[in-house]
Design a binder for this molecule. Structure first.
Ligand SMILES: NC(=O)c1ccc[n+]([C@@H]2O[C@H](COP(=O)([O-])OP(=O)(O)OC[C@H]3O[C@@H](n4cnc5c(N)ncnc54)[C@H](OP(=O)(O)O)[C@@H]3O)[C@@H](O)[C@H]2O)c1
Length: 323
């Protein structure tokens, strides 16, 4: 079978730093083209050794030698370009959050279904094997009945001009969309449901800008959760699961890649404390998973359902706090 030929829409930092290298090391195909609306495609292509470069995303989508695209554009551009790519017959791996609300998700999914292409949201942490290990621990009763979860994603985003897309409300930035989506997604994965109740408070410190801190209290059936994201607190990307008999701490819940891929799972029961280390390549596994969907023509219904739960929950949080 012909290998998947990828195009990248946007000369994005995340493409340069993580996803193009992941495609190359994981056997997910080859990167053949990049486009940039701001004139940076040629430089990006030269730096990364990519054969073709285009001055517009439309031109890349018209290239018959591109089978699949990776979309790492600002959040407000995700739905529009995912739909355009699907209509051009390209499979779509789009950065998180893939949409701003369920109306956009319906439109993106319809475009992919009509075109018969695969569609996936680039939530790389979903593909780290620590999640499978976590599920085994929970199912084996390692901490008894799960009662409450705390999960946070923080880092310090510079405020210098020009403002980073993360601080631009008009581009769908904000702590919630950029990093708060991870704790929300994790709870959707853990519970298999959307929250029954949600309370939200938010802070914004950039005039006319996006939210910079969001605190969420949520209830999923009998499980309660405190989720937090901040663009002005020191790096942290973790989760603590408190059960009736103990606690599981995932200090590397979302960014195990910063520790070379090794995630720690700390299980505490009374005085007993055990640390399990799980190796993984979450960016590599993400693109390999997507490439498998493309090669076999089979979608991943669990992944799609989680994307829908997260989109619904993010929309609800956004409305609740007028973010
Ligand atoms: N999964 C992860 O680990 C991860 C990590 C970081 C970011 N992300 C996601 O990836 C996406 C890109 O993030 P990034 O940090 O890589 O962004 P970035 O490099 O700052 O920008 C990405 C692209 O967006 C376009 N862009 C930038 N500023 C723009 C503006 N003012 N107006 C219109 N378009 C603009 C540019 O495309 P052109 O080249 O076409 O001009 C740029 O190449 C976001 O959705 C983010 O949430 C994911």
């Amino acid at each position: 079978m012909v290998d998947i030929r990828w195009g990248v829409l946007g000369a994005a930092r995340i493409a340069r730093k993580a996803v193009v290298p992941a495609i190359r090391r994981s056997g997910a195909g080859e990167v053949v083209a990049v486009s940039s609306a701001s004139g940076r495609a040629a430089e990006f292509a030269a730096d990364l050794g990519i054969e073709r470069h285009y001055a517009s995303h439309e031109e890349l989508l018209a290239d018959p030698d591109v089978d699949a695209v990776y979309v790492p554009l600002p959040n407000t551009e995700h739905a529009r370009w995912s739909i355009a790519a699907a209509r051009a017959g390209k499979h779509v791996l789009c950065e998180k959050p893939i949409v701003q609300g369920l109306a956009e998700l319906d439109a993106v999914e319809a475009a992919a279904a009509d075109a018969g292409v695969q569609l996936a949201e680039a939530f790389m942490y979903r593909h780290h094997p620590q999640l499978a290990r976590l599920r085994e621990l929970l199912d084996s009763g390692a901490i008894g009945r799960l009662v409450t979860v705390e999960s946070s994603f923080h880092f310090v985003q510079g405020r210098q001009e020009p403002l980073d897309i993360r601080l631009r409300r008009d581009l769908g930035g904000g702590a919630l969309n950029d990093i708060g989506c991870y704790p929300v997604d994790l709870l959707g994965w853990l519970t298999g449901s959307e929250p029954d109740d949600v309370g939200v408070v938010a802070h914004r410190d950039v005039p006319d800008g996006a939210n910079t801190r969001v605190a969420i209290a949520a209830r999923y059936g009998e499980l309660t959760a405190n989720l937090h994201c901040s663009l002005d607190a020191a790096f942290r990307a973790d989760a603590r699961l408190h059960g009736s008999e103990g606690t599981i701490h995932l200090p590397d819940a979302f960014r195990a890649d910063v520790r070379g891929g090794t995630a720690r799972i700390v299980v505490e029961r009374g005085e007993e404390r055990t640390v399990v280390e799980v190796d993984g390549d979450q960016y590599g596994a993400q693109v390999a998973h997507f490439a498998e969907r493309v090669r076999t023509g089979t979608p991943d219904p669990d992944d799609a359902a989680l994307t829908r739960r997260t989109a619904a929950t993010l929309e609800r949080i956004t409305k609740a706090a007028s973010l």
